[in-house]
Design a protein around this ligand. Structure first.
Ligand code: URA
Length: 187
């Protein structure tokens, strides 16, 4: 029997498949429209996300909301937002390969159940994972790719935290990636 997204989220809420379970306040499974055409995938929850139980609710999230509205004309409720790892890595360190492996089935179930047409990967971790590549985001971004094992396209772009650090050029590039996502949705 196929589970609904809400049922998968309820299962994930008690997940202890990796060590991140010990340091989290709560699992940040994802949020948005369970049948969205557009899905964003980030890296992992930070401190604010861990507190609120929602993805991208800190500074990076504010930027993501703004660029999504300005370039695609969508709000976070009409798309779906998730992360590679669902629990906050301590001190906001990068997720480790074994944590990514352990968490991967949750993301795979999200993609399967939501069945988005377009997946925007934010930064290195989600782009490398979903495109099954070692190539970094700077080289990957700027084009779209068929998603392996799914009827969707992947549009890799910078992580909004990198845009906050990097400034104007990166923001302009992220905007053009989001325009590409908007166009891919209407194809
Ligand atoms: N950064 C991420 O990658 N994901 C979040 O949910 C918040 C910040």
């Amino acid at each position: 029997m196929t589970l609904t997204l809400a049922e998968v989220a309820a299962e994930a809420a008690d997940c202890t498949k990796c060590g991140l379970a010990e340091g989290r306040r709560q699992v940040v499974f994802g949020m948005g429209n369970p049948s969205a055409d557009l899905m964003f995938v980030g890296e992992g929850p930070g401190s604010e996300e861990d507190k609120q139980g929602l993805p991208f609710v800190g500074r990076s999230g504010k930027l993501l909301d703004r660029l999504m509205a300005e370039e695609i004309g969508l709000t976070r409720d009409s798309c779906y937002i998730a992360n590679v790892v669902k629990c906050r890595p301590p001190d906001n360190r990068d997720p480790k390969p074994d944590e990514i492996d352990a968490c991967r089935p949750w993301l795979e179930q999200q993609v399967e159940l939501i069945a988005p047409r377009v997946v925007v990967t934010l930064g290195n971790f989600s782009s490398k994972l979903l495109l099954d590549t070692k190539t970094g985001i700077t080289r990957l971004r700027g084009q779209s790719y068929p998603m392996p094992n799914a009827d969707a396209v992947i549009i890799p772009t910078y992580h909004p935290a990198a845009v906050l650090r990097g400034g104007g050029l990166q923001e302009a590039q992220m905007r053009s990636d989001l325009v590409r996502a908007r166009m891919a949705m209407s194809e």
